[in-house]
Design a protein around this ligand. Sequence first.
Ligand code: PMP
Ligand code: GLN
Length: 387
Amino acid sequence: LNRRLTEFGTTIFAEMSALALSTGSINLGQGFPDTDGPEEVREAAVRALREGRGNQYPPGPGIPELRTAVAAHQERRYGLSYDPDTEVLVTAGATEAIAAALLALVEPGDEVIAFEPYYDSYAACIAMAGGTRVPVTLRPHAEEGASFRLDLDELRAAVTDRTRLLLINTPHNPTGTVLTRAELTAIAELAVERDLLVVTDEVYEHLVFDDAEHVPLATFPGMRERTVTIGSSGKTFSFTGWKVGWVTSAPGLVTAVRSAKQYLTYVASGPFQYAVAEALALPESYFTAFRDDMLAKRDLLAAGLAEAGFTVFKPAGTYFITTDIRPLGESDGFAFCRALPERAGVVAIPNAVFYDHREAGAPFVRFAFCKQRAVLQEAVQRLKTLA
Ligand code: PMP
Ligand code: GLN
């Protein structure tokens, strides 16, 4: 393994899901729903397979039906208009979109700013692109409804002459933070002032709760032409195994991302693209019901974790809850998560893996709540035995 990748080892999701299987534990680690997405969308995939649509290489940029559906979704939801032919690219999940965007846009030695804790593929992809990651730490604020927040001054101070790109993620995995309109305005102003590119991972765009609002960065003045926006059917339609994602951006940036993407996978899976095109056209009631279901599950797990003695950072978005384990007399999230299957039959993720400054993330542990209610209830019962 080359020097760029040795520090990353095996992804925590593979390690923890294997541990869940081998110990028979409830897996609240890796973020995947235990209920598949809509029946009619599955049927659409079966139909495409049977009718021979997409069984051979689909077009490199993605099938026109899906590119059109992605553009229609961005227009309907956010008033963002993209040309399906030149401004939309279908990828093998958001994971490939992130990799292709960084490989296409980062020169060796360029600095890439990402919020820490960050989704683990960010660090590895920045490294594969030869870039240098510059983490800006989101810090816990108990007084602001217990959430992790960005310090805008720290963000501004992190920009140097070598900064090429801001890698943003809102709603944010693993903290559940949703950047506010004011924060996004400041980020956009900084990007314009310092002439930075922005890659924004918005895969949890439909999972936003209470009075939080998801506002795409591309909607801010001066941003559309410098922003690569990433979405995914895995999160929005509960088909994480299908690996269909997409990028929307200005033509020059889409062409750049496609230049990298064509040599990674060439194309994303064919029949599933037809099904996701239909999914994106589902009525608003689908998206509302999906969000309301996750909101109820968030509240169930948040209450249970609090009862079990964790400090809970109630997420405004995503399907993850970050907790602080110190009230349980613990301080090392890694050790805690490695012992948890044995102690309580539950698997969770130590947030420290998402940090460069590991000590800053040491006491935080993430639980996924995209699971059936009975599963969450059982997990809570088990976790209550810890206290
Ligand atoms: N970005 C974030 C923030 C994620 O949590 C995930 C995990 N699903 C991904 C990207 C990857 O998405 P996909 O499964 O579509 O590759
Ligand atoms: N995005 C999911 C999570 O954060 C898992 C993705 C993966 O397994 N790579 O848990």
